[in-house]
Each structure stands twice: as C-alpha cells, then as structure tokens.
Design a binder for this molecule. Sequence first.
Ligand SMILES: Cc1cc2nc3c(=O)[nH]c(=O)nc-3n(C[C@H](O)[C@H](O)[C@H](O)COP(=O)(O)OP(=O)(O)OC[C@H]3O[C@@H](n4cnc5c(N)ncnc54)[C@H](O)[C@@H]3O)c2cc1C
Length: 355
Amino acid sequence: MKEFDYIIIGGGCAGLSLAYELEINDKLKDKTLAIIEPRTEYKRDKTWSFWKVISHNFDDCVMKSWENFTINIPKKTNHLECVNYPYQSIDSGLFYEKINDRLKENKNISHFKDISEINSKNSFIFNSVPSIKKDYLNLWQHFCGVEIETHNNFFDDEIFNLMDFDCDQRESVHFFYTLPYSKTKALVETTWLSKMNDNSQKDYDYQIKDYIENHLNLKNYKITYKEEGAIPLFYPTYEETKNQINIGTAGGMTRLSTGYTFLNIQEHSKYICKNIENISKTKKFEIAKKYQFLDDIFLRVLYENPEIMPSIFFKMFKSSPKTVIKFLSNKSNFLEDLSVILKMPKWTFVKALFY
Ligand SMILES: Cc1cc2nc3c(=O)[nH]c(=O)nc-3n(C[C@H](O)[C@H](O)[C@H](O)COP(=O)(O)OP(=O)(O)OC[C@H]3O[C@@H](n4cnc5c(N)ncnc54)[C@H](O)[C@@H]3O)c2cc1C
C-alpha cells in the first residue's frame, strides 16, 4: 500500500485550509500528501461568518461584508459599528472550488475515501474528524438557516442582525440571526444554545417561517438554500499521539462561547505550515487559556440561568463594539478583557465558579 509524508483526515474546512496553506507556501514540492474524504461531491453546505480580525486566504470567496450590525432584546435595539473589523460571510461552495482547483495541480497530492486504502504507519497525520464525547454540560449551538429571495427590495443590506432575542426562548437561549446579502436576498437563521436532549427545539422550519412572516412581516419570498448544523460547545476528547495533530473542530478550534471556528482554523493552518519541517516537536496550538477559562464560566452561567442570557449578551455589547469583537475573536488585551468582564453580573459569575 502507498505511503505518504502527510495525511489529512477530513477534507472539510480545516483539512482543505491546511492543504491549501501548505500548497501555496511550496511545502508540498518535495513531500507527499493524502487527503481522506468520504464525500463524493463538494457543494455549498455552510456559510462561514466572522469578524475579520486577521487576514486570510479567502477574500475572493466572501459573499458580503458589513460594517454595521444590531443586537436586539424585546423592545430594545442596539446599533453598533464594526468598521475596523468588518463582518464577512464566506460561501463554502466557492471555498471548496478554489482549494480543490489549486490542489489538482500538484501531483504530490492524492485523494482517498478511506484511510484503510493507504499505509498510514509512517506518516504525520492531521485529523479533523472529532470523536465527540459529551461533557457534563453537553451544551450545543444548534441552528438552521434559510437563504430567502424576495421579488421587491425588502432588506437593508448595509446592516446585519447578529442576535435577535425577541422570540420564544422555551427555557433555553434562542435567537435569530439575519444576514442581508442584498436588498432582495438574506440568510435567516434560528439558533439555540442548549442541552439538545430532545427534539423539542428542532421545529426549525416552523420557527423560521413564523419569524419571517410574523416578525419581519415578509409574506412573499422563496427559499433558495438551507443549512443546518450543531457545534459542540465543549472540546472533543482525543488521545495525544506523537505523530498526529487534531485540527478544526476536532482540534479545539471552536471558541466555546460563540461557536466561531473559521478564523481559528486559518490561524492554526498558518501555524502548522510555519512549523511543518519540525512539526512533531512543535508546541500545540490552542485558543489562549484565559478564553478557555472565561468561556467555561460563561457556559456554566448559561446552563444554570438561560433566562438571563439575552440581557447578558445585550449588556456585553454596551462596551465598545471594537473591544467586544476583539474579545470574542481571541484578540483582546487585559484591559479589554476587564472591560467586557465588568459588564457581566458579578455575583452570578462568581457563583458559577463553584457549580
Ligand atoms: C452549518 C454550519 C455553519 C457554521 N457556520 C460557522 C460560522 O458562520 N462561523 C464560524 O466561525 N464557524 C461556523 N461553523 C463551525 C465551523 O467553522 C465549521 O463546522 C467548520 O466546517 C469546521 O471545520 P472542520 O474541518 O473541523 O469540520 P468539517 O468542515 O465538517 O470537515 C470535516 C470533514 O471530515 C469528513 N469526514 C467525516 N467522517 C470522516 C471519516 N471517517 N474519514 C475521513 N473524513 C471524514 C467530512 O465529510 C468533512 O468533510 C459552522 C458549522 C456548521 C455545521
């Protein structure tokens, strides 16, 4: 069976981002790479959005960028700016196409459906397939979004809505998220932060229809695309092995308080690429410990007190949006951390330390 210098398990966001980073930096000129991916075709299946706090390789896959956003709780709306760190949405279909077109040009890169097709004994492995073992909170961010088109101009495409909590909470944390790509086209997503123990929150189609028709007051529209997903708000467990690094969701690249993962994956890919010649001895890349600690407390508060979370998110954005964005994107300094932390209800958070 054939052997390779490197193996990437999973040709999704993290696997392909890493392969692309290695390829464009000429790290695969004299090395061989096998990508293991079971899917038979690539098509758009996700929309990756984030505040652009660092540069990345995929500006040409951006569907839309915004410099203004809102956050709502019943009867209150906060209008905010993100001029320094625009919010971008990436079309996964364009991302897959761009990367796969480039990888095709290199004869040192091979594709397989299953790891059993090759000899992996002497390779260095980058694994993006998580083994999900639920933690004690078992919190998930689960969601369903539809892209809708209207006949007449309806949306203000200069401003997106990050979180609209003016909706049924069902003793959990629930909000709608609206990304207007143009005046006639938007992604509307229902999002839950919850234990996901049963299916009682999964009537997504009903929730979205009700929100569009009775909250946005839009009656004439058609659905052109749909995406559904669930992001674990806990780190997947895995055994550390000498010749393997986990990447993507499997590698702990999700910021647990927000679900944002895409830019962390890009930073991780750049880090691996920079250290590829000495990868087995390179220090593990991870989201800074201070964010891991703060997110843990935040999720415990969310678990115990879901009813106060809309006002917590709303108050958090009462700090300068630039500061909050840096905090949520793992780029804040100590004073910025403090400014966000001081917006939180102190006693509730102190109590959460002892749950
Ligand atoms: C619908 C959706 C929307 C999201 N939106 C955002 C967002 O807006 N912003 C953000 O920052 N993050 C977002 N995320 C979170 C995160 O960015 C994505 O989940 C991202 O795709 C994670 O990349 P990954 O490579 O870890 O996983 P994936 O992209 O899921 O890649 C894993 C790959 O492994 C393959 N695979 C599965 N089993 C095997 C196997 N046994 N052997 C080999 N390969 C296998 C799969 O087919 C897949 O291609 C979203 C997640 C989802 C599900």
